[in-house]
Design a binder for this molecule. Structure first.
Ligand code: BG6
Ligand code: MG
Length: 218
């Protein structure tokens, strides 16, 4: 039987944690007198914690010491984790379990490829950790998306060639990372934003089992 590697981004694909990142970054930005809007939050999708703080500081024209930078990063994450601690299965995005269970039952490779250092914790909270054979997160990579590193490590962990892997991503940088890895990219979100993806769906409710079967046969 054909087996492929299916690699899922986490934030915005499996769970809607962007709203918690927004609340935590907004509180932090406002505490140092920097404005922070939902539009700016969009630009932080798929972007690492360090790079996100750098962007916020540059938007607010702020220069701070290395120690202050580290303290702000820790503060943001503590606040973010206060939301994560309350998460449960009800926050899994619609039809994600349907697709994951189908892939597991048909013995396909399933991995996580996320920039987040909190990925394991979140998967545990929503009770999906056992659906993944491999988890590659912000603790495992040195190069951020659109660099393909995170997905190439995922493919290796699944013992699959990159061209036999399929990536689900909600961010532009993530779609580019999948394309740079020579994988099939599936955008989850807006077609106009994710125009570089091979396929785009609004969410998993638009993805049929037949479509997944076609990808497996390819
Ligand atoms: C990405 C999110 O998945 O992870 C970004 O889209 C976030 O918004 C990044 O900044 C890093 O996450 P964390 O949990 O390590 O701060
Ligand atoms: Mg994402």
């Amino acid at each position: 039987m054909n087996t492929k590697g299916f690699i899922f981004d986490l934030d915005g694909v499996i769970v809607d944690t962007a709203k918690y990142h927004f609340l935590a970054w907004k509180k932090l930005a406002n505490s140092i007198d920097v404005d922070f809007t939902e539009t700016q939050n969009e630009q932080l999708k798929g972007v690492s914690r360090v790079k996100s703080l750098e962007k916020i500081l540059s938007w607010g024209n702020k220069t701070i010491s290395e120690d202050e930078f580290m303290a702000l990063m820790a503060k943001k994450n503590d606040d973010y984790l206060s939301y994560i601690d309350k998460m449960g299965e009800s926050e899994i995005l619609p039809d994600v379990p349907k697709i994951l269970n189908h892939l597991n039952e048909s013995n396909q490779g399933v991995a996580l490829g996320s920039a987040s250092k909190n990925a394991r914790k979140i998967l545990q909270k929503v009770n999906l950790i056992s659906n993944f054979q491999a988890i590659v997160d912000g603790n495992d990579v040195s190069k951020a998306k659109p660099d393909p590193e995170v997905f190439l490590i995922g493919a290796k962990a699944l013992n699959q060639k990159p061209e036999n892997c399929i990536v689900f991503e909600d961010s532009v940088a993530g779609v580019q990372a999948a394309n740079n890895a020579n994988m099939i990219s599936i955008g989850i979100g807006d077609k106009t934003v994710l125009s570089e993806a091979d396929y785009v769906f609004k969410d998993f409710t638009e993805i049929s089992i037949e479509f997944i079967e076609e990808l497996i046969k390819k």
